[in-house]
Write a protein of this length. Sequence first.
Length: 466
Amino acid sequence: MSEDPDARTAASADAPTESERLITFRDLFAIREYRALYLSLVTNWVGDYLARAAITVLVYEQSQSVLLSAAAFAVTFLPWVIGGTVLSALVERYPYQRVLIAADIYRMVLITLLLIPHMPIPVMLLIVFLAALGTPPTQAARSALQPLVVGREMLPIAVATNATSVQAAQVFGYLAGAALATAINPQVALIIDVITFAVSALLIAIRVRPRPAAHNRAERRHLLRESAEGYRLVFGSTTLRSIAIMVFVLTMFAIVPEGLAAAWAAEGDSDPAARGLNQGLIMAAGPIGFVVGGLLINRLAGPALRDRLVRPLAVLSALALVPALAAPPAPIVAIMVALSGIAQGGVVPTLNGKFVLILPHGYRARAYGVMQTGLQFSQFGAVMVTGLLADHFRLPAVVGLWSVGGTVALTLLAYRWPSSATFAAATDAAAESQPPPPPPAPVAPVAPPAPPRPAVATTSVTPERQ
């Protein structure tokens, strides 16, 4: 600990720059297990967003309530709010592969129940909530398994690839889900969601090898105590706490147009086809922007520039939505949401990569649970509060004033953001806590050469295979 911190910071800054320059997407996707995890991730999210868009349309058409439509969108956040950290701590007690398969099958069965005709809205929302209980263990297990599959060197590019791909899946899911729900039948989107869970479970079962649980029975303690350790880790560290609060606040203001899209589109047009298109545009604009921002920033900017862009892009994510005060038409709203998404795509993968690299071994699933619980709680609260306000006031004014508050909050957080040296020191400390790599497998003894055999005439000039 007595070494010069500036020298340590410079060394650690140079090393990631060099390694990131050498690592390519081809290197990442050459890993067979990562390909399976990636395909499982994408299929899961495509189905989920299809179903989410269809359910919000269905609820709004039957109730004509912005609040109930927002509740239909927000109910999937509740499992993280209620018990996300406990479910994430539970993940570390079992092999990650087994958790992923079990969660996919569990959700597939529950979503199948939604295909029953004429189901009341309260029952449908209860089933959606129960199905969403499978999301925390799935995401925590996948997040904890990924470093074991790709290693620390490839982890930042894997995190960025996953984040960008999830947003692309969101674009397709929202556009297709809104179109199917308004033009054909919401049940079609639910059938596709069921199929995606089956495909995901099959991919994990066939392509991802089993690994032992992170904690054996002797290391287990009460789940609540293990969950509390995750909170102490995240909020007891200056760097992890700063990242967590920045992500929570950023998403709390950026999620609002997406959650209120069905009602926003209905206010602008009475034609069902036009409403479906406008809803799809508003819901998909943010993910499209995220993909664009992620590709531009992560491919064209080096690590040092990405770090410098964190603060201005975070502020821009809320500032871009302030013009909603003028009540622009749906296409202009979509452009504003896309600009906010570009800012998010430029900053969130950088924050995710920093967060994972700072985590010590054995805490990844719990820390992921803490982050997702805070993230889902902030999104749930934002959508419900703005939905309630929009039932009493003009929706564009609600979104615009909400975004003004977000701009102020993110400006304050940007002012207090830790230095690069602080992040570099935390990353170095986490690297030192990693367990040593397993010893190489013993080499089988080589059999002694066989005694020479008598020469036999042959017509082949191909040597014998060994």
